[in-house]
Write a protein that binds this ligand. Structure first.
Ligand SMILES: [Zn+2]
Length: 116
């Protein structure tokens, strides 16, 4: 019997989890679910179904995935991957325009400025 392994995933999350499970030789079924959505699929969620017998094998993987998904994402420099980033203090006016609505961040390692 198929049982839900994860629910209310975005499409991207569903694909990531599907691939992680596949690497552990667990084939999951991705199904759309959630409330009937507005036209064109806005607000659509996905769930992953797996064979009931495999739930035990998949459980550590699912727990890890869930923790990663709900953990707050630390800002990271998109250029060098460094975590040593801080809100940029003086930002050129054109960058402020570019990053309007976000916090401009500066990487302490490579001086890259990016939207946080
Ligand atoms: Zn950097």
């Amino acid at each position: 019997m198929l049982v839900p392994a994860a629910r209310y995933l975005t499409y991207t999350e569903a694909v990531v989890l599907y691939n992680e499970l596949l690497q552990a030789d667990i084939v999951a079924l991705v199904k759309a679910h959630g409330p009937p959505s507005l036209p064109y699929g806005e607000g659509m969620y996905y769930q992953l179904l797996i064979e009931e017998a495999l739930v035990e094998v998949a459980q550590p993987l699912l727990t890890d995935f869930e923790q990663e998904r709900t953990a707050p994402k630390l800002p990271r420099c998109p250029r060098c991957g460094s975590l040593a980033v801080a809100p940029a203090e003086r930002v050129a006016w054109w960058r402020q325009l570019l990053y309007v609505g976000t916090t401009p961040m500066r990487c302490a390692t490579c001086q890259n400025v990016f939207a946080g």
